[in-house]
Design a protein around this ligand. Structure first.
Ligand code: APR
Length: 232
């Protein structure tokens, strides 16, 4: 089976009711990045940062995958599908996708401020992180999120996966945050690239097939195209 590599962003989960970041009314309009999503913010006001992610987590616990997530999971019948997501939600996994690499961390995990390899699953029934909640070595727990200004440890794996694509798909991302936005440069020339986004997105590559639709409708259209090509 061919390798289908999919890079997803906030627009993938928009139809599940999870706000995007940079659209009007997006998260960064309401909460300035530097106050809630940087290591400096956590040093200055850890309660505010924990609460910001507690609210995001509660939203996620009330959300469900949309038809776009399910359509991607379904494509595993026809392709080896590897998803690289910038999203911190787990909606791809909930929809049944088997291979999901989280570039920017995971909302349903916490980790120690001492050691970023001490990671815990968060109990959906008791999901708020609070000051005083500690790892086994006695250090405060923080969200398992890559904040602005922090290294993106999974980027090398994501680059290798992108190099191995036979087909590349980008869904619901403005492609404005690096290093994620640079992954397209690893996709070999000649590999077909599809983009699903209802708005114009500026990408540094010619010949990208832009399906100007939301994730659910766009994925339906793309699945038809890909499956008919795969069966030819
Ligand atoms: N279906 C598909 N795409 C959509 C939909 C939809 N229903 N609704 C909106 N979009 C598109 C927007 O047109 C936009 O291009 O989703 C994109 C969202 O862009 P951003 O809000 O910038 O989100 P993203 O690109 O994922 O941000 C990258 O930035 O703030 C950080 O860490 C955060 O992972 C995030 C990263």
């Amino acid at each position: 089976m061919k390798n289908l590599v999919v890079l997803t962003g906030a627009g993938m989960s928009a139809e599940s009711g999870i706000a995007t970041f940079r659209d009007s009314g997006g998260l960064w309009d309401k909460y300035p990045v530097e106050q809630v999503a940087t290591p400096e913010a956590f040093d200055a006001d850890p309660e505010l940062v924990l609460e910001f992610y507690n609210v995001r987590r509660r939203e996620l616990l009330n959300a469900k995958p949309n038809k776009g997530h399910y359509a991607l999971a379904d494509l595993e019948k026809h392709f080896d599908v590897q998803i690289i997501t910038q999203n911190i939600d787990n909606l791809h996994e909930q929809a049944g996708s088997s291979n999901v690499l989280h570039l920017h961390g995971e909302l349903m995990k916490s980790r120690s401020v001492l050691d970023d390899t001490i990671i815990y699953d968060i109990d959906p029934n008791d999901s708020d992180l609070k000051i005083g909640m500690k790892c086994e070595r006695g250090y405060q727990l923080r969200p398992h999120i890559v904040w602005f200004g922090e290294a993106v440890p999974m980027i090398e794996d994501a680059a290798i996966i992108s190099e191995q694509a036979d087909v590349y798909v980008i869904i619901g991302t403005q492609m404005s945050v690096y290093p994620a936005a640079g992954l397209l440069q690893y996709v070999p020339s000649g590999v077909p690239v599809y983009l699903i986004d209802p708005k114009e997105v500026s990408v540094s590559r010619r010949g990208v097939h832009h399906i100007m639709k939301g994730a659910s409708e766009g994925m339906k259209e793309l699945a038809d195209i890909l499956i008919s090509k795969a069966n030819r």
